[in-house]
Design a protein around this ligand. Structure first.
Ligand code: NAD
Ligand code: GLY
Length: 355
């Protein structure tokens, strides 16, 4: 068992992240008395409910369960408001708790509902995908997609607890494992020790035992950044590596999940970085080859022109005709670029031809 704490200067409350086995049967079951006393609601999605509904019902007996249809396409205002309605109908009070059990979609929508209900109630995150354990459940970013833009409506609110249990990986389809590796490689690009471990274990990057062993380290890397900059005013922008191009690709209608888009975005953005002064070619080439090990699709197969256009909608942009992005420069060092749209579009097309 490993416990990681995030106490931010800006927020009075501490976020406690516990990596352990038997989260449902031991941790949540032992939390049940205080959850019942304060009033709680379980929020999950249809796939997770089909797999773990019985166990959830047994461990959290007596708490209402609200289930959203699985999928990014449902990370929207309809789901958010349906959940808020269920919270009101369940009679939740200011001291009640929302328990989000699922992947990043459930975590993001559940976290946002918790931050809005009565101006904010506590949220416990129980991440069930690799991506959600190493990234989305930690750090307090919550959101829904809106008007065709990823995460346009959201809030920063740290979960009071995060319970990460690698046993959930046992039911994940291989594709979802690869998605989580996108965020793990992103952390590796920022941390020499993790990068070394990933390179040393290239032949078993999708091995569940290996992945379980590196979850706490990934959480620690992210927690160390969030602790210093919870609201992304500076340092935390480094966690957006690969995400500008990745989010744009995700919105372009390509049949790709968030994690796959991050992998492809990181591949393109590591090539973009080669143009920057001080870029470490050897590091960027190792990063590229790690990504290629994990990607099962051809990164040249997508319409990068449409993606480039969608990057103009990115929340990080501060100018109408420019794209703002964080690119990996050398180990642990990120460069922040503001590229005129035409230049970004040309660069992506060129990179696509030379990959
Ligand atoms: P997801 O939540 O859609 O989960 C992927 C799929 O796996 C879904 O079909 C889900 O039902 C299923 N699933 C979940 N747990 C399972 C299990 N144990 N066994 C079998 N199937 C399971 O997607 P995701 O990849 O977890 O998260 C992606 C989302 O996270 C995106 O919306 C992205 O924007 C968001 N995100 C947020 C942050 C943040 O800091 N808040 C960071 C990264 C990503
Ligand atoms: N996933 C990026 C962040 O949490 O800041």
């Amino acid at each position: 068992m490993k416990t990681i704490r995030i106490k931010c200067r800006e927020t009075a409350k501490e976020s406690v992240i516990i990596c352990r086995k038997n989260v449902l049967s031991k941790q949540l079951a032992s939390d049940l008395p205080w959850l019942k006393e304060r009033g709680g609601i379980v929020f999950t999605d249809s796939n997770v409910f089909a797999l773990y509904g019985k166990q959830i019902g047994a461990c959290l007996e007596g708490l209402p369960v609200f289930t959203m249809p699985a999928g990014e396409e449902n990370k929207n205002e309809q789901t958010l408001f349906a959940l808020l309605r269920a919270m009101a109908e369940a009679g939740l009070r200011r001291n009640s708790v929302l328990i989000a059990i699922g992947g990043g979609v459930v975590g993001d929508v559940g976290g946002l509902a918790a931050s809005l209900y009565m101006r904010g109630i506590d949220c416990i995150q129980v991440p069930t995908t690799l991506l959600a354990q190493v990234d989305s459940s930690v750090g307090g970013k919550t959101a829904i997609d809106f008007c065709g833009v990823k995460n346009l409506i959201g809030a920063f609110r740290q979960p009071v607890r995060v319970y990460a249990d690698p046993a959930f990986f046992g039911t994940l389809p291989p594709r979802e494992i690869r998605c989580g590796l996108g965020e793990i490689i992103k952390h590796g690009a920022l941390n020499a020790r993790l990068f070394g471990e990933l390179l040393e274990n290239r032949s078993r990057l999708t091995d569940l035992g290996f992945l379980a062993s590196i979850v706490p380290e990934n959480i620690q890397i992210k927690a160390d950044v969030v602790r210093k900059d919870p609201a992304e005013t500076g340092l935390r922008r480094c966690l957006n590596l690969g995400h500008t191009t990745g989010h744009a690709l995700e919105l372009s209608g390509a049949d790709l999940s968030h994690g796959e888009c991050v992998l492809i975005g990181l591949l393109y953005e590591s090539r973009l970085a080669l143009r920057c002064r001080g870029a470490d070619g050897e590091y960027l080439s190792s990063l590229g080859s790690l990504i290629r090990d994990v990607l099962v699709c051809d990164p040249r197969a997508f319409d990068m022109r449409s993606a480039a256009h969608l990057a103009l909608l990115d929340k990080k942009n501060t100018k109408k005709d420019s794209v703002t992005l964080a690119v990996p420069l050398r180990m642990g060092e990120v460069s922040y670029l503001e590229l005129p749209y035409a230049e970004y579009e040309r660069a992506l097309e060129k990179i696509g031809r030379t990959l």
